[in-house]
Design a protein around this ligand. Sequence first.
Ligand code: SAM
Length: 280
Amino acid sequence: MRTNLKDAVRRLVHLAGRGNGPGSAGATGTDAGSMSAARIHEIKDIVSQRYGDFAASGGVAEACCAAVAEESETGFAVEHGLYSAEEMALVPEGAANLSRGCGNPVGFARLEPGETVVDFGCGGGIDVILAAHKVGPTGKVVGADSAPAMIERARDNTTTAGVGDRVEFRSGDLADTALPTGFADAVISNCVINLCPDKEQVYREAFRLLRPGGRMAISDICLTEELPTELTASFVSMWSGCLGGAIPTSTYFEIVEGAGFTDVSVVTGCASLMWPRLER
Ligand SMILES: C[S@@+](CC[C@H](N)C(=O)[O-])C[C@H]1O[C@@H](n2cnc3c(N)ncnc32)[C@H](O)[C@@H]1O
């Protein structure tokens, strides 16, 4: 069967929301639904391995959000000009090559000098670098990622970018960062949580890290219409591209609000992604 995905819209959602402070989250359960703990673990291993290989290759191996334009070397966000020329001037080549985001969360996170920021799934560090410039030498940015090779690259890239004095990295799963409760002013993330099979737990963790009144700025991918069952099944079985874990926008918002966030809104225009390689 050939299904043309050009009409099956995947949407880039750029979210902003505010935490009311640790302890007020009301969500229970998991979006992973009936997925077993073993399967969740397996998916996380697949994702971590893929991005580890991608980082080790310096951005040559294929990874999620490996630009929609197949010839691209830099990924969707850079390729589509979601970062300004001024921002890209701050980003070393090594970080640009590893960029695999779908938005520019720092662009709407309203970061201020002196703030503490956590980047969920920091990859090669492009948004850590931009956030570090916003918070300045009195602020701090913590990049968290499950792929140790990504963390190594991000560390090198932030040093090259001259912001190594205000960044830290944590290697591990976003569902449990082991960072202190309520210590962050903002959580940012760029095209990561769609890859997580336990989104509710990841959003609860983001909420836990935020101080009362803290905020998050997220770029991510959601489905805006139902995909054919067999296609969904094949994405999920491979956990492939950015779509294996993509869920409908309405469910995504329920998860975010269920974790305790309020004033959640789509803050920038959404783009529809075409993914010709997924036609079959
Ligand atoms: C699509 S890339 C985006 C990287 C970066 N945010 C950017 O804009 O270039 C996704 C990143 O999230 C990380 N990641 C995915 N699932 C994760 C999880 N459960 N815990 C920690 N990191 C995760 C991957 O290792 C990868 O570096």
